[in-house]
Design a protein around this ligand. Structure first.
Ligand code: ZN
Length: 153
């Protein structure tokens, strides 16, 4: 279980130096540990969205584009995409935030975004959905899809 989480008030990031759990607002540019003042790493792995309120706050306030992996536990292709999304999150820390929405646990988000098949991946920038694609992809293709969606060559 990762110590990287989010809720409607921000990220919860474990300090790599002292293990203190820090709450970091989604809008923070360079976060530091409240206890030891070390720089906290940008999120570098997919974060499970716990509820719609956290999702809405994140896409509204995040300083970088948010990539959303809509998935469900019974979906085979979703299991193939999960490690690819983890690679994308690791190699783009500080550039994108990658989150996962379990459409079984959060049906209201699946309905709101009209998710008809999974895996579906959406990209949100400036509080709006700017792109989406459906189906399993390798990390390199996901990355170029996101870069294209947010206008990075
Ligand atoms: Zn610390």
């Amino acid at each position: 279980m990762s110590d990287l989480q989010l809720d409607p008030r921000g990220f919860i990031i474990g300090c790599p130096s002292c293990a203190q759990r820090n709450r970091v607002a989604f809008s923070t540019r360079e976060a530091r540990c409240g206890r030891c003042k070390s720089a906290l790493p940008a999120p570098s792995e997919p974060i499970e969205v716990p509820d719609a309120g956290a999702f809405d706050a994140l896409v509204r306030d995040a300083r970088v584009p948010v990539v959303v992996d809509f998935w469900a536990p019974w979906c085979g292709p979703c299991r193939m995409v999960a490690p690819e999304m983890a690679r994308v999150a690791a190699s783009n820390a500080g550039r994108f935030i990658v989150v996962k929405v379990n459409t079984d646990a959060l049906p209201e988000l699946g309905e709101r975004f009209r998710i008809r098949s999974i895996p579906t991946m959406t990209v949100h920038a400036g509080g709006k959905e700017v792109a989406r694609t459906t189906g399993a992809r390798p990390a390199a293709e996901i990355e170029s899809f996101v870069n294209g969606a947010v206008g990075v060559a």
